[in-house]
Design a protein around this ligand. Sequence first.
Ligand code: GLN
Length: 469
Amino acid sequence: MELKNLTIKKAHDALIGGDLTSTDLLKLYLDEIKNKDKIIKSGKAGLLTGIPIAIKDNILIKGRIVSSASKILENYTATYDATVIEKLKKEGVVFIGRTNMDEFAMGGSTENSAYGLTKNPLDLERVPGGSSGGSAASVAGNMALIALGSDTGGSIRQPASFCGLVGLKPTYGAVSRYGVMAMGSSLDQIGPFGKTVEDVEILFDAIRGYDEKDSTSIKDQKPARKIFYSDEKIGGSKAESPKQKFKIGVPKSCLDIEGIDKSILQNFQESLERLKKLGHEIIDIELPNLKYSLAVYYVIVPAEVSSNMARYDGMRFGKRISGKDGIEDYFLSRQAGLGKEVRRRIILGTYVLSSGYYDAYYNKANIVRGLIADDYRKAFEKVDIIVTPTTPDVAFKIGEKAGDPLKMYLEDIFTVPINLVGIPAISVPSGIKKIGDKDLPIGIQFIASHNNEDLLFAIGKDFLGEKEN
Ligand code: GLN
């Protein structure tokens, strides 16, 4: 029996028809797991063979339910594998489960899930961040060794920061978007969570690469450093030694923004000292248009969301509520199937794209997006890496910001510009804020220019004191 095409109904028929006993069925699955052990024993294992990984609920695994934490896709089963999943299957990973998220990745706390919220394993009264909060919680709570999330405006870096993990938002186009449910197509990227920079680098190397199925995928990517593989056939250079010393830019103006917690600013200053001690040079830089990022993001994202969400019409797939005609079906299905935040963004997006307002909002936002990208381009002529905090504060309490979308959007102040520009950034743990008897993690964000993830891994490891093996 081919497990690949097995469904409950087929298995049920075989069980009832006597072609299969339940013991046989279980044995088929155990054999499949044993195969992984065999690969390992034969010496053919890659680093990821047999490693349990959790996958965000917006990434398609063929034959498995994938709902983007939305009622409209309740029990929807993926009909194909996302490219990242295809790659991970070849590596022999073990998919341990799908993880909770904000509905269609819209949010920063994982409270916007149709299936209930996720708590931060380090403090159960607090959120794990979002939208990939379930992925972060699964690794921080030791329910998976590593996890995949997606990041449109901070959804990997912010939960990584809130849960004391490392999280990478890759260069736009480094990882194929084929098989991830689209939110903001010009900003979305799939990326890894791990407890160390090394784990994140290994997982990134496994999922990235050109993919003809994603028209925005980058052809000329830097070769992976592959410093961990002894296997000759993979090639790539050994770890650079001696250790690289970087010019690190600090956009001072972004630290003057109101609403950044004192503990974050203090920790950031300490981190800069740590970097200096490690021999890196700290340089003040200007990013004059950075202050517009949040406004630009919250025009462009709703615009892209409103067009990406049009496919959830209750006709082709997902929940369908019948009304008196097709139009009413559409309204009723979307009303019942989509949550408040998703509907808010569809309405906002439709407004900024409407003929009377297109120039005033959407076009203007696109122009400013270009100016922000120019700022970064100029800054990277002077520095190798830019550094900022990841979030304005540590993990907040469940319910604290749920009723106030603006407060929630301010959470994204440090992370959204990176997606607007398409460059890579990593969040690594940089300290702790003590609240009561709880140690709440703080994160720091390192940013590089396009395709320079390797610099982020190098600085991240140096900062955390991780050894290059
Ligand atoms: N919190 C941001 C938002 O709500 C980021 C979401 C994401 O990266 N998917 O848009």
